[in-house]
Design a protein around this ligand. Structure first.
Ligand code: FES
Length: 121
């Protein structure tokens, strides 16, 4: 199954450099997209505002029939992007979407904001 990483492309951290020509969310999205290229079971997309603005940068992880998560307070760094993609690949590989804590990449620990159980008919 596929896990989708949705990256907020309008997030701006408190220390955002307005002269950079892009938002922090766009910077993180580019890093996540590069890290996810060719990774089986992981796809990415961008969305403007996930309504967690004060905790930028924010992302969501979702897969059909699985526990979904929002994560935030990321700096737009290669380490954060790599951790998100590694976690998404594990999320994709687990039927429930619940990845055991011992398997969480260090880069995502402390960044979980919410989780949402899958809806049923
Ligand atoms: S701008 Fe990113 S969550 Fe609102």
């Amino acid at each position: 199954m596929t896990t989708t990483i949705t990256i907020c492309d309008t997030c701006k951290r408190d220390d955002w450099d307005a002269d950079s020509g892009r938002t922090d969310g766009e910077a993180l999205a580019a890093l996540v997209e590069a890290a996810a290229a060719g990774v089986e079971g992981v796809r990415t997309r961008r969305h403007s505002c996930l309504m967690g603005c004060s905790g930028a940068c924010n992302v969501a992880l979702q897969g059909p029939g699985k526990m979904a998560y929002t994560l935030g307070r990321f700096d737009p760094t290669p380490d954060a992007a790599a951790g998100l993609v590694e976690y998404a690949a594990k999320h994709a590989a687990v039927e429930t979407g619940v990845v055991p804590f011992r398997e969480w990449p260090v880069a995502i620990k402390g960044h979980f904001v919410t989780r949402h159980p899958p809806v049923t008919e």
